[in-house]
Structures are given as C-alpha cells and as structure tokens.
Design a protein around this ligand. Sequence first.
Ligand code: ZN
Ligand code: ZN
Ligand code: FE
Length: 762
Amino acid sequence: MQHRLHISGVVQGVGFRPCVWHLAQDLGLTGWVRNTAGGVECLLQGEAGALAQFEPRLRAEAPPLADIHHIDRQHEAATETLADFNILESGTGKPTTIIGADSATCPDCLAELFNPQDRRYRYPFINCTHCGPRYTITRRLPYDRAQTSMAHFPLCPDCAREYHAPADRRFHAEPTACAVCGPRLWLESSDGDPIDGDPIAATLHRLQAGEIVAIKGLGGFHLVCDARNGAAVARLRQRKGRDAKPFALMAANLVSVAQWVKANSAEQSQLDARERPIVLLQKQPGADTTFPNIAPGLAWLGLMRPYTPIHWLLWHEAAARPQGTDWIDKPQDLVLVMTSANPGGEPLVIDNAEARSRLSGLADAWLMHDRDIVVRCDDSLLRLENNQAQFIRRARGYTPTSIRLAHSGPSVLALGGYFKNTVCVTRGHEAFLSQHIGGLDNPATCAMLREVAQHLLDILQVKPERIAHDRHPDFYSTRLAQELAAQWGVMAVPVQHHHAHIAAVMAEHHLSGPVLGLALDGIGLGTDGQAWGGELLRVEGARFDRLSHLAARRLPGGDRAAREPWRMAASVLFDLADSDSIVQRFADQANASGVAQLLQKGVNCPPTTSLGRHFDAAAGLLGLCPVVSFEGQAAMQLEGLAETASDAKPWPDSYRIGADGVLDLKPLFARLLDHAHEPALAAARFHASLAVALADWTQTLAKSHNLQRVALGGGCFLNRILTHRLRQSLHERGLTVYEARQAPPNDGGLSLGQAWIAQQEF
Ligand code: ZN
Ligand code: ZN
Ligand code: FE
C-alpha cells in the first residue's frame, strides 16, 4: 500500500519539499516529493500508522510561509518498493501555483545576522526559505532564481551547497546570497559620489545628525530621518511639499515606544507579524512632544517594526553592535520616520538612477544596493477594529496572497477607480488584489497601473476573459479597460462604484445575496449621472437596486468642494437658511462671497448624496480644516477632535427619514452649530448622532425590504468612532453585519468588488 498526495496552495518557493523530506525521515517513510503544475505531489510508503500521521503533521508543521489550500490523498497498490525518500526535480507542465509575498527577516536569519562567527554576520541581504523578498523581485513564473532580480548573482560554492541540500534552511531559497556572491550595499552623497566607510555606520551617523537619507527597501525607497528631531522632520515635510499627511514611524519593538502609544495584544501581534504592516495605534499624552509633527491633529500614530536586514542593522549599530538577539526585544532609543519616497504623490521610486534624479533635493544621501526591485510595493497600513485587522492600504507583505471566493468563474481583470487605486485579477475561485497603486491624477501613476496589471497577469499566467471598470467615463482606469478589452477582444464590464464597494465585502464573506448594502463613501458616479456616496442598495450578485440615499447636499464649485471643506460648510449654512453668515464666517477665504452667490443662484452646485461631504461640512463648520491637502483629511481631523471629548451622547431629533425613505441630516447640522462653541464635544456628539441616524435608517429599509444581512462598504468606514457605534447599533437592532477585512473598505477594495461582479455577469 502507498499514499499519493496532491497538495495545492502556496506550497512552492516556501521550503515545502524540505519540510516533507524531514517529516518523511522522521516517520520512517520512503518515497519522493516534487513540484508539479498544480502544487506539490508526494508518494509515501511505510507502516500504516506512520502513513496516517503524515497528513495531520504536515498541516501542523508546514513551513511559516506556506498556505495549504487542499490535500488530495489516494491509496494505491505499490508497484515497486522504494528504499529511501528523495526530492525529485520538478515535473513538467505549466505552473499554476503562485509566488509568495515579501516577508520580514525570520528569527533564524536574525540569529545569524548578529553572530560574529556566522559567515553572514552583518550581511544586509541575508534571507532563507522562511523569509525575505519574493513578490518584489519576481518577474514571472516559474518561481526560480533565473526569473528574479537575483539572476545576476551566481551562487558561490558555499551558497550553492546550502541551496542543493534538502536538510538546509536555504534548500531552493531562490533569493539566497552572501557577502561573497550576493548584492552589496553602499552609501552615496547627493552628488552621486560614494561615501567611504561602513555604509550602515555612516547612514546611522547622518540620521543622528539630523540628515534625511533615502534608503532602498523591499518595494521602493524610503525617506528616513530621526523621528525625535523636530528640525529634521520639519525639513522632510518642507522638502516633500509641506504635506500635512501623517508619517509612519519605525521602532525596534513596541516596548521602545510603549510610553507614547497604546497597544493591546491584538495590535502587538500585528506589529510582530511577518507581513510587518504599519499599525495605527492610539496616541498617548506626550506623543506629539516626543515625536513632533509626525501626525499633526490626529489621534493615531502609525508604527512598524524593522523588516529587512538593512533596517535591523541600523538598530544593531545604534545599540553598539551587540552579539546575539537578546537586545531586539529590549527598549531601543532609535526611532525613525520611514516615509515612502514618492515625490508629489507619484509612485514610489524603485530604481537607483530614478532615485538619484527624482529624489534630488529631497535626500542628503542615498543608501543604495544593486538588487533590483521588479515591482513597486508600498508599506501596508492597517488598524485593529474589534481586534480584527482592517486595511487602510494593502500592499507589501500581503500582495499577492489571494482572497478565496465562494465560486469559480471566468478570469477577470478589474482596474478599479481613481483614488487609492488597486487592480484585481481572478483565477478560478481566487481573487488576487494588487498592491496599492495610488491616485490616477498623474501620468506616472497611470503608467504604474499598466505595469502592475501586466506584472500580476504575468506572475499568475492569466489571460483575462472580462475586464471590469468603474462607470465613470473619464477615469484613466476606465479608458485603459476599454482599450485592453478592444485589444484582447474581450468584454468590458462597467460597474457602479458603490455596488462594487458592497460587492467587495460580499466577495470575501462568500455572500451571494440578497444583502442590504450600506455604502458610506466619498464620491462615486451613480447610474443617474449624479455623485453618490450615502446609499442603501439591495445587492444580489451582479444586480443591484438603489433603495434609498441621503438627502442631497450641494457642491458649490463642483469638484473644488471636495478639496475645500469650507465650501461644504457654506452649502449647509445655505440649506439652514443662514446664507448671510457665509461671508462673515469664511472671511479668510478669498471666494466666500462668490460661493454664497453660486448657492443663491444655484449655479455650478451639483447635488451629492456623499456622506464624506457631510463630514467635510461638519469639519468646516467647526473651523477645523477649511482646505484639505489629502483626501479624507477633514474627516480624520474631526474624528481626532471627537476622540478628545469625554461625553458623546447623541442629540435628539437630529435627522428625518422621509416617506420616500430618504435620510435627511440637515437637522444634525443645526445641532452642531448650536454647540460649535465646544468643538470637541460637538464633534463627538456629531459622530454619535450620525451613528443613530444611520442605524435607524438602515433598520427601516431592512424591515420594508425584508432583509436581515447588512454589508458595510466605502471609505467612511475607516472612521473608527462611526464604525464602532454603527456596528453596535445595527447588532442591537437584530441585523447581521459584514465588514471589509481582507481588503480595505475604501477605494483600495473597489477592484475586488468589480471583479466579483464581472465574474458573474454575462
Ligand atoms: Zn530567514
Ligand atoms: Zn554566497
Ligand atoms: Fe469609494
């Protein structure tokens, strides 16, 4: 008797065959294991008891980066008796498994990195089958060294020996390297001249002296400076273009910054996870003094731990090169600002020559290396919501990990929307969401959209049968979808923006409908040509009905109103029959009387049902943020202000639900104005009242349409206070709530919803 196993999932390039080999040795089994087109196949002979233990132990002891989706086991009669256990060369056939995501340096590699006796002591590119770069160095399948940017570094005899030894941690570790054969690191000045001495020591020295150093990472360059040095941070802000956007911090561990941020155990395990996202943590008193100007006006600080050997070496240097790894869990003084080097909102810089030109004037020195980055990949950003991860930006560490769908279908390429764009490719019953690409408002990001879509199709070996896009005719993503559909002779499927938001949540929770979708968002184009963004939809697969929406507010000056919250405040004042106060209230805005006139005449004031614009209006009425420098800033500051209030009772009578089911929030603004003299309290009560209004509205529509399941989608669900209160209120009203967990609730998850809809549409 023998067993033949076919194992599918993320099982190639992660040390799976050596793991099988070790397990077979341990259980006294003979046979072989090999990679196949569908994953890994193994043949096992031996005692019945040992054979029975194999599968459960394989599942329990699989290597850290492996993800077993399915094991198919057949019992068959043995035709020959095998004397030992071997790893065979790959079978022929097209590979259909995928490469893994980039992973933080593992404990075994760290132990070698800080061991002066190890041949890889302080080698900045140390990695093994359990850690290191994957997605960002791979051009196409099959995943082997020749298809990665390590192709130019032939293995030295020592590395080759490890690479070919089944018992070694580096058996078939494609990016493996050492100081003899691998990539090298150097520091160069802003003039491009090499700087002598140890590059790590010299970089640390410059950072500690207040300089800004561009450091090449896994998915792109970072601009880095000392987070405690207010002057350095101010200089970084000024060079990046006086951006108010929060910066992420990197610290060796949580204990190093525990005084200034609050983190529970779920947050701590996210910080430690091998995906190494930036985790948003609640600020504690003193945070803004110790780390000045890092996240101005916000209640949150973004923190991540080192994830490459280069990062770790900087902390090692700062700690005076201790031996061993005991020090890495102890408090370390060094805290660095690590912000993506993406000048002017354009994509991340990845190429050395590109860094020298595009970052010229931004950095004082460049820490470079000669391992190419194949595809740009930003740091991922998340927060814990109800102890579950909620993505704000999903990229490095997660891409290209798939999201499992309930059903298989035709292959779809979905090109997303406009802001915070991503693309999504489906293959069978898996959806592959790309890394964050960014706003398609500049040619460089549009080029990256093409680049990322092509790279994803290459590494998945997918030929799309349908291409999904937003209904908006002017988005670059829409034009590209139409162009590619024509070129490949496949169908282009337009998808309404908020339908896609709800569908993304349904896709990951395997809901087919009918579901009540509550879409609370910025702006997306509706089927009636209007700007939607506060919608109740009945969604059933590829179909949806708009059941209700928020009462519209006017956008004085059209798109400009989305960037200038004071205009939304003026619009609300007009609705409250208080237009006389517009000019006086917004006297510092050059165009206040012009805006008042637009509203009076009803010229260039398109209506919108967007809840995001309601938040803008509230922030504008409290004088928080008259003009935003990034999308969502006003709402984030309003939330930050609300966090500081002790009381947060909802106001009575702050909304109306009309006979037509439309929810009017105008009375809420009247309450807000009554309490504007206490802005923090007003902000908190605004959130509380809004949650009650939305819950009552949702319940009313759920009842009249006989729906019990509610899916929440759209960018407003990144507002933690609103989401928390709304979730609780919907539960209390007997509704079952589904939220975005595997993809961001904002436009970063749009392509997943589009793909899911297009897969079903025909
Ligand atoms: Zn490792
Ligand atoms: Zn070597
Ligand atoms: Fe949206």
